[in-house]
Write a protein that binds this ligand. Sequence first.
Ligand SMILES: Nc1ncnc2c1ncn2[C@@H]1O[C@H](COP(=O)(O)OP(=O)(O)OP(=O)(O)O)[C@@H](O)[C@H]1O
Length: 324
Amino acid sequence: MTRTMTTSTVPAPRPAENATATPVLEARGVIMRFGGLTAVNNVDLTVNSGEIVGLIGPNGAGKTTFFNCLTGLYVPTEGTVSYKGTVLPPKPHLVTQAGIARTFQNIRLFANMTVLENVLVGRHSRTKEGLFSAILRGPGYKRAEAESRERAMELLEFTGLAAKAEHLARNLPYGEQRKLEIARALASEPGLLLLDEPTAGMNPQETRAAEELVFAIRDKGIAILVIEHDMRFIFNLCDRTAVLVQGQKIVEGDRETVQSDERVITAYLGAPLEGTTDSATAGTTNTTESTTEAAPSTGTAEDTDADADADEGTNSTDSTEADQ
Ligand SMILES: Nc1ncnc2c1ncn2[C@@H]1O[C@H](COP(=O)(O)OP(=O)(O)OP(=O)(O)O)[C@@H](O)[C@H]1O
């Protein structure tokens, strides 16, 4: 899908309170090849505690593939991903348990479950009660269940969905389905949240609300890495932004650094990047016109039950099944 890029003047990002330079995520030399296609080419990226970091690039640049490498959905051809100093095995459930949560470009909710139940699913990785305890429904299980419900309701309050706790996910408006995905991701109590196009399909009002939510999550001490095509959103939010083009990180820095970089401008105008003929194809042509309304590239909750287990860490690492 063709999207547009804005370079309009926006307010500087709000500095994180108590931001320190402790690395939460460190990706080193990450390469992902699909046959002859190098979708991610030797990418290094660090996200520190207290930071909101943006990941941008034209269509097909490798952003989602990189996310899939970070979360264990793909086993990188080369490279390592560390969370708080420990190298992560490329297994989604272990990545979630370690403290990384994500949302997907295509909404993945249990459409026929309630809003509250969807968040409870996200608690799964934090619930210690075993199978026998669940079958016998002993005191330990009941206590854990009550705690989970309480925490899930807190998250629904936090995301503004508490009044709809008993609604079916499929009946939520689009913007609220995206919020619910975030609430469910937060239910695993992450230290790092990866957001893949959180405002796709949102109207400008919903996008502004999403910005506030992302700031509020950061203020709770959760570091954030966000892929987004809406440049206004990115430059409003992010302390730092990295640009991927044809699988390579071509620049990383603040808004001024990114916006003034000739290679970024060239990439967004669709010209090929020199010396990368074996890499992923150049992105589709974008313009520098301002927009805050990315066209939806997403499904709704109605058609997503089958995919929702990804958040539970049950996805295979078979690349053909992972999210695009
Ligand atoms: N499972 C796969 N098998 C083969 N090629 C793949 C696979 N997943 C992604 N690719 C290719 O890798 C390249 C990068 O795709 P990716 O979806 O990561 O880009 P992106 O930057 O997220 O794009 P968009 O902004 O459109 O979502 C593309 O050429 C894509 O076709």
